[in-house]
Ligand binder design. Structure first.
Ligand code: PRT
Ligand code: ZN
Length: 295
């Protein structure tokens, strides 16, 4: 196979997305060999390479055809699409990690009645294009100060009245005496490609990878539940099973009144579900993680 038929995936080299991106690809069964330069990994068991780059560079690398697909935050992607005003990238898969929101926050001692508070204010952000869009949408006029880091200190430095920045736990806002008022965008990591089809070989590699990603995600969200139950309680127990999956029911060797029930739940299994199962007659309840899944 020619070198250019290897699918290249760009992921963040160092930062909040890097560990989970690499972890996901490894859980898809890729055996990765790092390059001497530490700029990329080569997969040994699929025609695929992983490029390690800054997340902000990923849209540009895709647009130039340097790589085929990339993993980055929806926030970063939308800022880049809005700035460049180009055809949107194709979102192939929402990956469910690096969840955060781009929010407008103001000093705690300010009274915020509604969005018009922002009128003629100065707002510091690393997302000027998304903020400008948002303000235009609400027919508001505000002065945007574009800064690349430590946005949260701008109000203390009297550089701005408010900020528009990423929030996940809210601790940074709290530490800087700010309160979150408006969510501009909800974000998570996404797998993207340019809005055009890949070659047949690369497309096939991507399909294999996507199937495995789905398997990893399903396995992550699912639990395998096993328990014993009296036959006459099965009807009630069925109603309590999370996810309403079809259970496997097996006769127990030494007890003709009881059966063993196995079921895959596609939802989280909470303590109160287990307590309800127990109350309905279930015993020896086990809840196990699933490593891989293909349906
Ligand atoms: O060097 P490179 O350009 O590759 O990395 P970067 O510095 O641009 O990005 P990085 O690694 O900080 O973040 C990468 C991506 O992670 C972001 O683009 C988001 O998609 C996602 N992400 C998820 C976050 C956060 N959560 C997050 N909390 N990115 C940044 N933050 C910062 C935020 O800016 C603020 O300073 O964390 C602080 C707030 O966190 P809380 O928990 O205190 O609310
Ligand atoms: Zn970045």
């Amino acid at each position: 196979m020619q070198a250019n038929e290897r699918l290249s995936i760009a992921i963040q080299k160092k930062g909040r997305l890097s560990e989970e991106s690499l972890n996901l690809l490894q859980r898809c069964g890729l055996k990765l060999l790092p390059s001497k330069s530490s700029l990329y990994y080569s997969a040994q068991n699929l025609p695929l390479d992983i490029l390690l780059v800054r997340d902000d560079d990923i849209p540009n690398l895709l647009a130039r055809g340097v790589c085929d697909v990339g993993i980055l935050g929806e926030n970063c992607l939308q800022e880049s699409e809005t700035q460049a005003n180009t055809t949107p990238f194709r979102r192939i898969y929402n990956l469910g990690f690096a969840k955060c929101r781009l929010s407008i926050a103001i000093p705690k001692d300010e009274t915020f009645n509604d969005i018009t508070w922002l009128q003629n204010k100065t707002i510091a952000t690393s997302y000027p294009a998304l903020l400008k869009n948002f303000l235009n949408l609400h027919k508001l006029n505000a002065n945007i100060v574009s800064i690349s880091g430590s946005v949260e200190i701008a109000p203390q430095l009297k550089m701005a009245d408010a900020i528009c920045d990423l929030v996940s736990t809210g601790r940074t806002l709290e530490e800087n005496n700010l309160k979150e008022e408006i969510i501009v965008l909800e974000s998570e990591a996404v797998l993207i490609q340019q809005d055009k089809d890949l070659s047949e070989v690369k497309g096939e590699t991507l399909s294999v990878l996507l199937r495995r990603m789905e398997g990893v995600q399903q396995a992550q969200e699912s639990k395998y539940i096993l328990f014993h139950a009296p036959k006459n309680a099965l009807e009630e127990i069925r109603k309590l099973l999370p996810g309403k999956e079809m259970p496997t029911i097996m006769q127990l060797d030494d007890d003709s009144h009881k059966v063993a029930v196995h079921v895959v739940s596609r939802e989280g299994v909470f303590w109160n579900t287990l307590e309800n199962l127990r109350q309905a007659g279930a015993s020896s309840i086990l809840v196990m993680n699933i490593e891989k899944m293909m349906v």
